[in-house]
Design a protein around this ligand. Sequence first.
Ligand SMILES: Nc1ncnc2c1ncn2[C@@H]1O[C@H](COP(=O)(O)OP(=O)(O)OP(=O)(O)O)[C@@H](O)[C@H]1O
Ligand SMILES: [Mg+2]
Length: 232
Amino acid sequence: MLHVEGLEAAYGDSQVLFGVSFAVAAGEVVTLLGRNGMGKTTTVKAIMGLVRPRAGRVVIEGHDVAGEPPFKIAQCGLGLVPEGRQIFPTLSVEENLIATAAHRFGPPRWTLERVYTLFPRLQERSRNMGHQLSGGEQQMLAIGRALMTNPKLVILDEATEGLAPLIRQEIWTCLKTLKDEGEAILIIDKNVDALAAFADRHIILEKGRVVWSGNSAALIADPVLKDRYLHV
Ligand SMILES: Nc1ncnc2c1ncn2[C@@H]1O[C@H](COP(=O)(O)OP(=O)(O)OP(=O)(O)O)[C@@H](O)[C@H]1O
Ligand SMILES: [Mg+2]
């Protein structure tokens, strides 16, 4: 579904990604792990075209989209839930959801009704403005908005960050539902234990390079990995 090959990116003169390569298959859940500042968000931004890759390929179902504008890459089937949520504060919940449905590609797998079934709380709040929502509700809206584009791959950057434990649990439950329904997911999160229980495969980044990849059993079996690469 998604193949990233030799991805390099920089902010001005400072190079941040040094040839990142990995793949996500249809229906697969893959994580990007690593301590603060190791290049996880930059990898996602370079994939989405929000940071222009300096080298490398971003292949979505056979088409290399590296260097294309973000809206085109989104149209190819990548739905991003960005770090910091970035919902529209002066639009209602429903308007936020409809706004991205306009960018959808292909037949509508995801509808307002289906998003409301996944997040009943969004239906209760459908007439509220984005800025009136709690952090957890904003996060649900950000996920719902990404789904409304009918993505082939959902990318989540720190979707549970800064949320109360109960709300966090609610988000994990919804992500589990998405996984069970066969959505492909690329996810970044600080909660490695939750990710090990949830995901199929893991990619660890260290200073802009992939230093390890493997399945959840291999991640759990190697405590040295946690000490070396994942302690915050
Ligand atoms: N807009 C920017 N301008 C300049 N440097 C940046 C910018 N964004 C990130 N960086 C730098 O690039 C490196 C990688 O940052 P990135 O945000 O990709 O890390 P991350 O793994 O997502 O970290 P975190 O876990 O804190 O979210 C860091 O050294 C960071 O300081
Ligand atoms: Mg980040």
